[in-house]
Each structure stands twice: as C-alpha cells, then as structure tokens.
Write a protein that binds this ligand. Structure first.
Ligand SMILES: C[S@@+](CC[C@H](N)C(=O)[O-])C[C@H]1O[C@@H](n2cnc3c(N)ncnc32)[C@H](O)[C@@H]1O
Ligand SMILES: [Zn+2]
Length: 276
C-alpha cells in the first residue's frame, strides 16, 4: 500500500517529507498530489511516456505464464540477505507491472516495496501487485522522489539506470541488482523476427556507466530454454522495445511462419553493485 512507502519518499518539488491526507499525498510546504483511484500516486506530473497500455498488457500476460520465472528467482537470490527479515525498502526502478518486486517482497517479509514507473498502465497494475508495495509515478532519468540513503535494495530489470540517483537513494550498505540481456538473449528469434539486437559489450557498458557511483559486487548469467506458443511470441515481442519497430501485420506473418512451439533461449546477466 502507498502508506507503507511514504516514509521513504520526498516531495518532487521541495524535497520535504510526504504524508497521506485522504486521497491526497501532501508535503509540509503545501504541494499536493492526488492518489489515483487504482491506488498509485504520480509524483512526476506532466510526464507521459514509457510503455504503452498494449506493451504493459503483453508483459503482464507473458510474465503470468511463468516464462521468466527463472529470472525472477535469480533476482530474489541476488537480493538474498540484503534485506533479510528486517525492515527496509526495496525500490524497483522501471518496475513495469511489479511482478519481480512482488516476488522479492514475498521472500523478505519485513520489507516494503516501492515501484517507480513512468507508465500509467504499468502503475495501475503495480499498485495491486503485492500488499506491501506502493506504486509511484516517477521519471527515473530525473531526480527521484525518494529520500537520500533511504533504500536498502534497488532493482533495475530490463529498465533504464540513473547512476547518480541510484547512489543518492541507496543506504550505505545498500545493494543494486541489475538484470540486462546478454547478446544470446532470444537468439534465433531476434533474426527471424527482425528484433532489436543487444550490444555485445552491454554488461561492461553498464558497469562503466555505474562506475563513478557504484562498484560491481557479483555477476551471474541466468540462461534457460523457452518453449513458446505463437501467442507467447507475440506477447514477448509486444512487451519489448521491438514492438515500436516491427509493424503488427508484418510481425504476425513472421510469427505464423515459425514452427510451434517456438524454441529459444533466455539469457540475462544478473549483476549486483554496492556504493563506492
Ligand atoms: C522493459 S520494461 C521492464 C519492466 C519490469 N522491470 C519487468 O522486467 O517486468 C521497462 C519499464 O521501464 C519503464 N520506463 C521507461 N522509461 C522510464 C523512465 N524514464 N522512468 C520510469 N520508468 C521508465 C517502462 O514504462 C517499462 O515499464
Ligand atoms: Zn513540497
């Protein structure tokens, strides 16, 4: 619930503490933000981007079928004892539907979860993903509406990273867990469907990008086979960045031409970082 995460948040205009008054989140100096009917609050009013409703629906469908369950488990393992059973806040930046964050919270009974997202269709789903999760509209490229050093664990799963802000919001002993595709992710499908490719040195680029603020702690490869129906493939493509690059009819035709089930490999780096 939103109330669970308010102690970790800061007013996006003046940085003051926030409290809940009826259906409004307020700071002490008078800034107010309406709580949406679905239970999230938008602390980045005016921003309208991120994934579309169709992309979010495709993601929800694909994740609900359990195809990325090994990735979710790898995230839970990487978070490990960083939060334990004690109190603390796990922030997921670009949280999407809140799917991975909900699993982390299940494994960390004393913690609360903060889903930071820019897309309203995703915020609506994240707000009901877990009873200890609060969903907050935020642009993770900008200043986050989060207090300094308030966060025990930050997650970025297939989502953008803002090194300076991650450093600012993480506690001294905080942990960042990053999931990013390797070049082998969805091999075969990428060529057959004309999807976007992953840069060969993506993992190193991420570490370099984070370097002034965060140092690498652990890195694992999570790799597993996927057996997908044509509908699953359409969801998988529809939820990712390639959805904006391949026309719907063209995609449907290319998927129909594939053997069913479609066999491919999911391959991601699951890396963790500490404050420098
Ligand atoms: C590829 S999805 C991953 C979602 C989720 N982490 C998952 O793995 O299921 C990337 C997410 O980042 C969000 N996003 C993109 N740019 C953002 C920004 N500047 N601020 C906050 N969220 C953003 C998108 O709306 C989308 O939900
Ligand atoms: Zn304020």
């Amino acid at each position: 619930m939103l109330a669970d995460v308010l102690p970790y948040l800061a007013c996006p205009h003046c940085g003051a503490a926030l409290s809940l008054a009826g259906a409004t989140v307020r700071c002490g100096t008078g800034h107010g933000f309406d709580v949406a009917r679905q239970g999230y609050v938008n602390l980045a009013p005016g921003t309208t981007s991120g994934d579309s409703a169709e992309m979010v629906a495709a993601r929800a469908e694909f994740l609900a079928r359990g195809h990325y369950a090994p990735i979710t488990r790898a995230v839970v393992t990487a978070v490990g004892g960083a939060v334990g059973g004690g109190p603390g806040c796990v922030a997921d930046l670009g949280a999407g539907t809140g799917h991975h964050l909900a699993a982390v919270l299940d494994a960390a009974p004393g913690s609360v979860g903060l889903a930071l997202e820019i897309a309203k269709p995703a915020l609506r789903r994240a707000a009901r993903a877990h009873p200890r999760l609060g969903a907050v509209g935020a642009d993770t490229w900008g200043t986050l509406p989060v207090r300094d050093r308030a966060i025990s664990v930050a997650l970025t799963v297939f989502a953008p990273r803002n090194p300076a802000e991650l450093h600012r919001i993480l506690a001294d002993d905080g942990l960042l867990v990053v999931v990013a595709p390797t070049t082998g992710h969805l091999a075969g499908l990428v060529g057959a469907l004309g999807l976007l490719t992953v840069a060969p040195d993506k993992a190193r680029k991420i570490t370099d990008q984070l370097a002034p603020h965060l140092r690498p702690s652990t890195q694992d490869v999570c790799e597993f086979g996927l057996e997908l129906s044509h509908q699953d493939v359409l969801s998988l493509v529809g939820m990712g960045p390639s959805a904006r690059h391949v026309g719907a009819d063209e995609l449907r035709a290319r998927v129909a031409a594939l053997p069913e089930p479609v066999r491919t490999t999911a391959s991601v780096h699951v890396s963790s970082y500490r404050r420098t």
